[in-house]
Design a protein around this ligand. Sequence first.
Ligand code: ADP
Length: 440
Amino acid sequence: MHRGFVSEFRQFLVAIAVAAVLGLVIGYPLYTLLLANVLYGAWTLYNMRKLERWLTTRSIGQVPNATGFWEEVYYQVSNNRERHNKEKHRLQSLILRVQETTAALKDAVIILDDQASIQWWNQSARRLIGLQPGDHGKPIVNYLRSPRFVRYLEAEDYSEPLTMPSATDSDQFLSFQINRYGQGDYLMVVRDISRLQKLEQMRKDFIGNVSHELRTPLTVVRGYLETMADNADSLPGVWQKAISQMEQQSKRMTLIIEDLLTLTRLETDDSSLRETKINVADLLQSIVHDAQDLSGDKAHQFEIDADEDFLLIGVIEELRSCISNLVYNAVRYSPAKSQIILHAYVDEGGGHIAIEDHGIGIEARHIPRLTERFYRVDASRSLDTGGTGLGLAIVKHVLSRHQALLEITSRINHGSTFTCSFRLDRVVKEHRPSSLNDSE
Ligand code: ADP
């Protein structure tokens, strides 16, 4: 553009110079200069009009004839138009491809703006959520009214997907995963997980049913074994040993079945309605009472270091089973007379219950897998102590139902600490009535 302007300016100066010389020759320099300026102005206006007309026409193919500055202008504008058109075509074909790809997806993809209003959706969103062509700009909660979905959307914690039955088809189970992107917009992917959910339900039902069905025959076998053990004195030595071992193993089987049934219950029923305020210090006290029986001759030293005002909102039977499992493990995996401390405290991060033992400890590589069903650090260890391999799986389930986390720290031959951390909204700090009131 710079070159065009310089040549135009040069032409203008030449015209002015010619007009001035001509004016001096004929004796009217001012008139000729004025005339030259008027002519130049008219020429410029003519070119501007031509440019405007060309810009407003659709065809960009033919560039009008022009010279100097105007030729340069036409050249630049035409170049920009061509580039712009190419970019437009590229974007159009990209959008088309994205639309074709998302239309082929089985999952619903929905884009919401920062107010959670619907901006765009693919074909599957029609099928799974029932969105219609005129729904652009409407709030998504008009279509997904379930309080669970509204809570999930508002909580802004999308680390885990939300799974719930479809509002339109009760046989259908949907999983909602939200991602935030750009300037606060939402990308929501909705998946039909009915098949997976059905399989998961079948698995839970199967374990539940098998455990339940095994309970009765096992009770009969145990009954006979107990009677035989009571009268074992008259039997040969080899039989006495066999009967005692059979009795031990049948007891273990019963414990495994009881734990499996507990796990099934934890996975299937909704216990949130049974939540109450639990005084943690009292709960620990009663668990220690039972643990002392388990410890028996090993005489572990129990200590409770609990904040007396710490009340926890939860399901008492589940929390009792969870903390008991941790305390019983501490008893089983610590030497006789060693100290076991039960801590309960509240800090700015929430409410915590920690079970500290001074036992055999666990190697760091095992810690991430301890809560898996039947995971054992050393099979012989658990067989010796009569463990079922399900205790920590129960602990994990109970804690996840209370939105709590389990942290395990341990040092071989020094001991372990299992800490359950509950969110602050489950903690109530309530001053306990004084001992005077207690005695009333
Ligand atoms: P188990 O019934 O075998 O004890 P758990 O699920 O309760 O099953 O525990 C899994 C494994 O974790 C146990 O086999 C044991 O090796 C280890 N473990 C659990 N608690 C402790 C502890 N307090 N000290 C040392 N090891 C432990």
